[in-house]
Design a binder for this molecule. Structure first.
Ligand SMILES: *Cc1c(COP(=O)(O)O)cnc(C)c1O
Length: 422
């Protein structure tokens, strides 16, 4: 046990060793105080897209500090926010016309929920229920926890969480159950919005589902006049092989949340985009219809400048081709685990791969996750399994040998945990 004055996130300090300090980052690596280079195979909790300290983004940040710090974002605007908003509208699926800035993924979802409720409130329609998907994750604030899967992570806070309507996860072959459940909720007439992570549920265990499900959700929502909120906080910026995951299904949500890769992962920033319909429902000479939301650091100009630089990187550095290449590399490695009885559910979507280690005690609290973390750490890798789910979500700059190292480590660690080779 190591007493720590810093209370680290998702960390049981009674069980963890003293954390080493990271002294610098570069590309796919973290460098610790002893000079060890650690391969960041999970993009530092899914935020780093191109690689750590991308020179174009770092330069944009330095340049922005010559002109700006934080500026109040009511009464005044600034160029980095305006350029970023224009770039975002061009980058997301069509139909999203307005951008509301905030500072984290959780906040972007809170904003989305408030936009949805405000939309119906301002139109004097009584719709105030939210449909969510089983195993969903939308953040750690009270509001987003309410919309996420209930479990050991939020049991203590359950008295503060509001009720939502949950549809089952669309397991392969059982998709119709999910859609039927959705339709039953929609028929009540009380559903304001359906909030979901398109195509892959991240924190819920990298669970993937077919684009057709998203298409059908969109169709049902249209029929019953419900809004669709796509939480693309994790799936955005190329992770699933397209810039946004909704593109796989050719679907435009009414509201889209983005954060993690928005600045390439360099600085905290988030945006919630919405349709003109939603914006217009808040546009009125009646001040009570104002969208009442703000945070102190809304649209921080330095973070926005990093976001603009990220868009430049996307435009000029062949990011899409790199993502395809990374997907292909995964495709070469992954088959070795496909008929391996140590694993099940071997899956890939774009740059993300996941596989379930066949242990009997699954679930987050099982010891297997922390044990694997330590074994990966000893092999110079940052990999944090979700219970028995091992996944890789590397920055796009990762090289072929680096990726091979990660796959070899998964093979080795699995054998150690299970006490047997393949
Ligand atoms: C990480 C995540 C969030 C929360 O983002 P924070 O920046 O950690 O608040 C919300 N939704 C999804 C899908 C996420 O993966």
């Amino acid at each position: 046990m190591t007493p720590s004055i810093i209370w680290h996130p998702f960390t049981q300090h009674a069980l963890e060793p003293r954390m080493k300090r990271i002294v610098s980052t570069e590309g796919a690596y973290l460098v610790d105080e002893d000079g060890n280079r650690i391969l960041d195979a999970i993009s530092s909790w899914w935020v780093i897209t191109h690689g750590h300290r991308h020179p174009v983004i770092m330069q944009a940040i330095r340049a922005a500090t010559e002109a700006y710090d934080q500026i109040i974002f009511a009464e005044y605007s600034h160029e980095p926010a305006e350029r970023l908003a224009e770039g975002l509208i061009a980058a997301v699926p069509p139909g999203l016309r307005h951008v509301f800035f905030s500072d984290s993924g959780s906040t972007s979802v809170e904003v989305a929920l408030k936009m949805a409720l405000g939309y119906f409130h301002n139109r004097d329609e009584r719709r105030d229920r939210i449909v969510v998907m089983e195993h969903g994750y939308h953040g750690d604030t009270i509001g987003t926890m309410s919309a996420g899967e209930r479990g050991v992570f939020n049991a203590a806070y359950a008295p503060l969480l509001y009720g939502v309507d949950q549809i089952p996860f669309p397991e392969p072959g059982l998709e119709q159950h999910t859609l039927d459940a959705l339709e039953a909720f929609c028929r009540t007439g009380h559903i304001a919005a359906i909030l979901l992570e398109p195509l892959v549920l991240g924190a819920g265990g990298m669970k993937t589902y077919a684009p057709d499900v998203l298409k059908s959700v969109r169709a049902i929502a249209n029929y019953y006049g419900c809004l669709v909120i796509a939480d693309e906080v994790m799936t955005g910026w190329g992770r699933t092989g397209t810039m946004f995951a909704c593109e796989h299904a050719d679907v435009s949500p009414d509201i889209l949340c983005t954060s993690k890769g928005l600045t390439g992962g360099a600085l905290p920033l988030a945006a919630t985009l919405c349709t003109s319909d939603i914006y217009d429902a808040h546009l009125s000479t009646d001040r009570r219809k104002t969208f009442f939301h703000s945070s102190s650091y809304t649209a921080n100009p330095i973070a926005c400048a990093a976001g603009v630089a990220n868009l430049e990187v996307w435009k000029h550095e062949g990011v899409s081709a790199r993502i395809q290449a990374l997907g292909n590399l995964h495709g070469q490695h992954l088959p070795r685990f496909e008929d391996d009885d140590r694993f099940s559910g071997v899956r890939r979507i774009g740059t993300i791969v996941a596989l379930d280690l066949n242990v009997t005690a699954s679930g987050y609290l099982a010891d297997v996750g922390p044990r694997m973390r330590r074994l990966f750490r000893e092999r110079g890798l940052l990999i944090r399994p979700l219970g028995n789910v091992i996944y890789l979500m590397p920055p796009y700059c990762i090289s072929m040998p680096e990726l091979s190292h990660a796959y070899d480590a998964i093979d080795e660690v699995a054998s150690i945990i299970l006490g047997r080779p393949r």
